[in-house]
Write a protein of this length. Structure first.
Length: 234
């Protein structure tokens, strides 16, 4: 990877840049509002690099520590990456030791680009995909840092900023709904989450609904895949 490669890859990552900068700023501002210096946001962006989990981590840092609950919540929120990783096993073979960074840097947006983009003829696939992952990670770190600095310099009411993550997932949900013919997983997610909220309340429904959804998708995986293949064949 070199400057010329990054220059060619950069336009492909512009949509992610726009999203990550503003989402990272929102996270940095919220973290700063809890009394943390800006560099904590930078470190979390470098070492954790998980948008939704970083927002959740703000709440975990400001409430009594529950290691088991935090571990279960982290696993369930990021369980979708198990499926991402399985679908990229073959593609990641070309990266050598760099595959460890590719695994670490695999976010929803990066996964989408890795699956849909084809490298230009003048760039090797390994350099092309690695540059995408690297640039996306850099955008997130930059956003988290800017948000932390902004939050430490300017005092204002940050209430409502945390809804930005919810808004992002709504946009992703709508986009995926429009692009796919198979809506059963999405409908299952809505139904399971609603039932979990009704029966278990606001304090416990996230962990329970995520566990139930993961188990449901695993159990019905073959049936969903066969249904999807039939739809494409038609």
């Amino acid at each position: 990877m070199n400057y010329q490669t990054l220059k060619i890859v950069f336009p492909y990552t512009l949509p992610v840049l726009m999203g990550y900068i503003f989402m990272g700023i929102a996270f940095g501002v919220l973290l700063s509002s809890k009394g943390y210096a800006f560099y904590w946001g930078t470190l979390m962006g470098i070492l954790i690099y998980a948008g939704s989990m970083q927002f959740i981590a703000i709440g975990l840092l400001t409430t009594p520590l529950n290691l088991l609950g935090a571990a279960i919540l982290t696993f369930t929120v990021n369980a979708r990456h198990l499926f991402y990783g399985l679908s990229l096993l073959e593609k990641f073979k070309i990266f050598g030791f760099k595959k460890f960074y590719m695994i670490f840097s695999l976010t929803d947006e990066t996964y989408s680009l890795l699956c849909t983009l084809k490298p230009p003829a003048k760039i090797s696939p390994a350099d092309f995909y690695f540059s995408i992952a690297f640039l996306n990670h850099f955008y997130w770190i930059l956003g988290c840092t800017l948000g932390g600095i902004l939050g430490s310099l300017i005092t204002f009411n940050s209430q409502g900023i945390d809804f930005s993550m919810t808004a992002l997932f709504i946009v992703i949900f709508v986009e995926q709904w429009e692009k796919t013919e198979q809506h059963i997983p999405a409908l299952a997610g809505i139904l399971i989450t609603a039932l979990s909220l009704i029966f278990f309340g606001t304090k416990s429904f996230i962990i329970i609904s995520m566990l139930c959804l993961v188990l449901t998708l695993i159990f019905f995986r073959k049936k969903l895949e066969s249904t999807s293949e039939v739809d494409h064949a038609e």
